[in-house]
Ligand binder design. Structure first.
Ligand SMILES: Cc1ncc(COP(=O)(O)O)c(C=O)c1O
Length: 462
């Protein structure tokens, strides 16, 4: 391992990083990013990378968008802070809430602002509990999520998340959080099972789980349209068509987690539109402001709002909120981002680029290291395997996908490795045809380098 730069040493000695092995990170150090332009970022040595992950699935409009910069500066000059507590309000929050109601894919009555996807999902859980108290159903409180779901890392959101590293030794999940089967066809479909049959089985298993727990104790179901951090898992055909009636049968409140899929990622404004289902409430964050500033929201239906009215009358106030929820600068930037998405037809652009992106992605499915290539719109995943025929994985301690990420960085490309040796891709939605080609050329070379390394280290052997 080459010695760390001065900046890297300062980082290692001062910053605790999310989502690394903190022990091995002391040797590898950080990749320090200094600036960005369009779909490119530049490290502290000036090296350019295609940001193949749009940061963390979020910088939809890329870097250096002057309109967003100007909007933030203008709003800061006018009113740098105002809050929504105790009956205060401000223009940007009101306008943004109106806009979100207008573009929502399902009937939305009100919007509650937060700062992150985790806060939005924590809020969803609290509101569902409130709702069932208001409805006189104090036992109907359990929330069903799914294995490999990612909903964030605060205590309730991490409980919703279905990934072991977010639970283990954090004493999570909390009681009352259930995880239904994961709609991962490549890994979890049975021998000879079609996508439709797999979906039918998952729906039957969800039904059985709810019946076993007692439907009178199960309050809600939460789902990402396409699972992101779990490994870009596109549900099998007819999945939501079969899952939604099970939720309806047991009177479950359905929460759509659109934190990644919202605002064009799948080629439709909201992911649920692409997957053909209608949640009752929706969590949004990330591309809401194209990640220029933190902002997130819960979009809720009238029935939920009525419950909040009942409860706040009873309790005396609605005791939930965040100092920076709906921050005027973030809200102004989000409004501008929504204006740009509409004016520049960003969602249509993403949909238009999707066939090329998916074709190049699927071509890498032929690579000897890739078990399966999957994706939708401008999101993709490559699951790396030791043996294509048997789908045998590499031993996790070999860190094969993590090594591929390093080789990609050498090639000037940022991708991410998630659990199960899946490489994920989610570039800014403004990416053009030649940049998509360049991204996949670089990724192909990185996979070849990874294969050489795997062969040298004899990692393909069982
Ligand atoms: C689907 C989904 N929900 C929630 C979150 C949590 O968002 P945040 O990291 O802003 O708390 C994420 C983050 O990646 C996500 O992908």
């Amino acid at each position: 391992m080459p010695p760390l730069s001065n900046l890297a040493v300062r980082d290692v000695e001062t910053v605790v990083h999310p989502y690394v092995n903190l022990a091995s990170f002391r040797d590898s150090g950080p990749l320090v990013i200094e600036r960005g332009r369009g779909v490119f970022v530049f490290d502290s040595d000036g090296k350019a990378y295609i940001e193949g992950m749009a940061g963390l699935w979020c910088t939809a409009l890329g870097y250096g968008n002057e309109e967003l910069v100007e909007t933030a500066a203008e709003q800061m000059r006018k009113l740098s802070f105002a809050h929504l507590f105790t009956g205060r309000s401000h223009d940007p929050a009101i306008e943004l809430a109106e806009k979100l109601k207008e573009i929502a894919p399902v009937p939305i009555s009100k919007v509650f602002f937060c700062n992150s996807g985790s806060e939005a999902n924590d809020t969803q859980v609290k509101l569902v509990w409130y709702l069932n108290n208001a409805l006189g159903r104090p036992n109907k409180k359990k929330i069903v999520s799914r294995v490999k779901a990612y909903h964030g890392t605060t205590i309730a959101a991490a409980s919703l998340t279905g990934l072991p590293a977010n639970h283990r030794d954090f004493d999570l999940p909390l009681p009352g959080f259930l995880h239904a089967g994961c709609p991962h066809y490549y890994r979890f479909a049975q021998e000879g099972e079609s996508e439709e049959e797999f979906a039918t089985r998952l729906a039957a298993e969800l039904d059985a789980l709810i019946v076993k727990e007692g439907p009178e104790t199960v309050a809600a179901f939460i789902a990402e349209p396409v699972m992101g951090a779990g490994g870009v898992i596109v549900p099998p055909k007819t999945y939501f068509e079969k899952i939604m009636p099970v939720c309806a049968k047991h009177d479950l409140f359905v929460i759509g987690d659109e934190v990644i899929c919202g605002f064009g990622r799948l080629g439709t404004l909201f992911g649920c539109q692409k997957l053909g289902f209608a949640p009752h409430a929706i969590s949004i964050a990330k591309a809401l402001s194209s990640a220029y500033l933190p902002i997130a929201a819960v979009m809720m239906p009238e029935a939920m709002y009525q419950a909040l009215l009942v409860e706040s009358k009873k309790v005396g106030l609605f005791g939930h909120g965040f100092t920076y929820g709906g921050h005027p600068v973030s809200a102004a930037v989000a409004l501008k981002a929504l204006e740009i998405y509409a004016r520049d037809r960003i969602v249509e652009h993403a949909a238009g680029r999707a066939p090329q992106f998916q074709a190049r992605l699927r071509a890498l499915g032929e690579h000897p290291l890739v078990g399966v290539a999957r994706g939708l719109g401008l999101v993709g995943g490559l699951e790396l395997v030791a043996d294509k025929r048997s789908k045998r994985s590499f031993a996790p301690q070999n860190g094969v996908a993590a090594r591929a990420v390093r080789f990609a960085e050498e090639q000037g490309l940022i991708v991410r490795a998630v659990l199960g040796d899946v490489l994920t891709l989610s570039p800014p939605l403004i990416i053009d045809a030649s940049e998509i080609d360049e991204l996949f050329d670089r990724l192909g070379r990185a996979l070849d380098r990874t294969l050489d390394w795997v062969t040298r280290e004899r990692l393909t052997q069982a």
